[in-house]
Design a protein around this ligand. Sequence first.
Ligand SMILES: Cc1cc2nc3c(=O)[nH]c(=O)nc-3n(C[C@H](O)[C@H](O)[C@H](O)COP(=O)(O)OP(=O)(O)OC[C@H]3O[C@@H](n4cnc5c(N)ncnc54)[C@H](O)[C@@H]3O)c2cc1C
Ligand SMILES: *[C@@H]1O[C@H](CO)[C@@H](O)[C@H](O)[C@H]1NC(C)=O
Ligand SMILES: *[C@@H]1O[C@H](CO)[C@@H](O)[C@H](O)[C@H]1NC(C)=O
Length: 608
Amino acid sequence: MWIAVGIVVAALVVFLLKYVFTTPGPNPFDKDTREPLKPLVNDHKVKNKVLKQGFLANKVPENLDAIVIGSGIGGLGLAVLLAKVGKRVLVLEQHDRAGGCCHTFTEKGFEFDVGIHYIGDLLEHKPFRCMLDQCTNGQLQWEPLDNPFDVVVIGPPENRRTYPIYSGRDRFPQELKKCFPGEEKAIDEYMRLVKKAGRGVWAVALLKLLPSPVAQFLVFTGLAKRLSFFFRMASRSLTDVVDGLTQNKDLRAVFCYIFGTYGNMPKESSFSMHSLLVCHYLHGAWYPKGGASEIAYHMIPIIEKAGGAVLVRAPVNRILFNEANEAIGVSVLKGKEEVHVLAPIVVSNAGIFNTYQKLLPKELQAKPDIQRHLSMMKNGEGGLSIFLGLNGTKEELGLKADNYWIFTENNLDELVTKYLEGEREESVKDIPLLFVASPSAKDPTWEERSPGKSTLSLVSFAKYEWFEEWKDDKVTNRGPDYKELKDALIQTALNVVCQIYPNIKDRIEYVDAGTPITNQYYIGAPKGEIYGADHGIARFSPEVNATIRPQTPLKNLYLTGQDVFLCGFAGGLAGALTCGSVLLKRNLHLDAIGLAKKMKLINTKKEQ
Ligand SMILES: Cc1cc2nc3c(=O)[nH]c(=O)nc-3n(C[C@H](O)[C@H](O)[C@H](O)COP(=O)(O)OP(=O)(O)OC[C@H]3O[C@@H](n4cnc5c(N)ncnc54)[C@H](O)[C@@H]3O)c2cc1C
Ligand SMILES: *[C@@H]1O[C@H](CO)[C@@H](O)[C@H](O)[C@H]1NC(C)=O
Ligand SMILES: *[C@@H]1O[C@H](CO)[C@@H](O)[C@H](O)[C@H]1NC(C)=O
């Protein structure tokens, strides 16, 4: 044991010396770049001039420093970090607008978000908030949700139990205790474990940033697990931990409800991943003021100011390599024609499966290293989204700035297994888990933008295989059988939702559903994944952690976004920060923390 410790210490010293003596790159969080708040732009035409710049060869800037494939938060975030230190970056997006999961679309006059319902950890002066403020020059504002921000509903209509979830380190457990008298000990122990595991997320960043041999050493000697509670709890399933805490089945379900935010049922969830999400929302939840399109809208100008560009309708069909197998650029499909764009660095935000299975030439795809990385990851579960456009204000319809997590019963593992592994025709009649939220009610600017209207968004999971047979049909016309299946899902969901929101019944003006093949088309998710690669227990072995990092086995090719770190808006941005750290040769996580501290200090002084 002590020999191992000795070797680790020696390795760390060598690493630190190397770190001290290689000059780090410039710091994108060097100074506070926030600008005075400009008025919100509601005009779609004005916004589209930023979000929908179509790809043309003559719009590609010269002397690029890097190309980023994909304009999700992982791609835009990285491009902004590089732009902030003067690098010229081209972001290429296959869809007709920028944003990835952060894009919005409008149908029958209703604007809908795709993948942003609530984001945690945005208290003023916290590093995550500081980082986001810097990446949008202070123009993106965040509106807090109500408290309780989540409501867990369990059981059939005749026996429905409702459990409100409050934010606040103290209030969260206090309110749970009110709902579950006699379970105080279980709730306290749950909180203790969640906070302890959640705090250990630094270990993940560390394993991804330490030189690979050091990281691998920590993994193979078992030191990663020994040193980090996160890694120790990562191999335990959520069901396993929670079943050990209480016999109360509703409380078990409430402890687990947030698994929907990363997509693995409790028996397949890593307790540590779950803890991160509970901690993420412990201080509350926020929604982007003006809707999710504001995110990309305020990031793109920073990229452009440094000479870069964000171009859409720019599907990359392959990455270009030289004879030494170093990435040198990409090929973009313009109609049937290939346009080649060159840059010394290529970063992919398209996810590990798209990048390795679709964008590499066959002979590189077959390389043992690439195959090993692929074998460590698995495609995540498919997503189902249902969008409702409603006639009426939030007051008339009884909509609030919160989210409902509705489960048909409290045996979550069995419910989800039965649903996902059952016959398609049966499963669509009984969706055991539904997330329901009103984006319009969360946005204080909505009433001004769409007077007298409201929206509801429903999210659940669905098997890619249920819909695969229609994947090559035209997206707007996949035939009557596909429509019938979608309608069945919509009916099932509406039955549940109308019980929770009785006022919406005769007010539905627009309804449609997005299935895994919809995700495939619009956000480039290879198997319709809702959260990218699977977040099951296997992903949280220190080995996978240390191996899947921004560097790929191919020189000059890097990965950013949710597959590098973790899913979610914050996870995708952490992926960008990790990738930026590698490219700029400095720990940007620490730089963001540093600037947050500095700004907090300045503010306290001002207030005195
Ligand atoms: C329905 C839904 C609800 C969600 N709700 C929340 C929430 O409430 N809170 C939260 O924090 N997270 C939520 N998420 C998750 C979160 O949105 C994502 O995890 C995160 O935004 C992923 O960011 P990314 O940059 O890694 O990937 P993406 O946003 O998926 O970006 C990848 C981009 O790459 C593009 N691309 C792919 N292939 C190519 C190619 N060959 N050429 C060019 N471009 C390509 C895609 O079109 C896409 O724009 C939700 C997701 C979904 C789907
Ligand atoms: C919306 O509801 C109002 C009454 O509340 C009604 O007058 C109006 O016609 C409705 N609009 C549509 C498009 O259904
Ligand atoms: C990845 O991160 C999780 C969180 O600690 C960890 O459990 C897992 O072991 C890590 N995997 C690797 C490869 O480090």
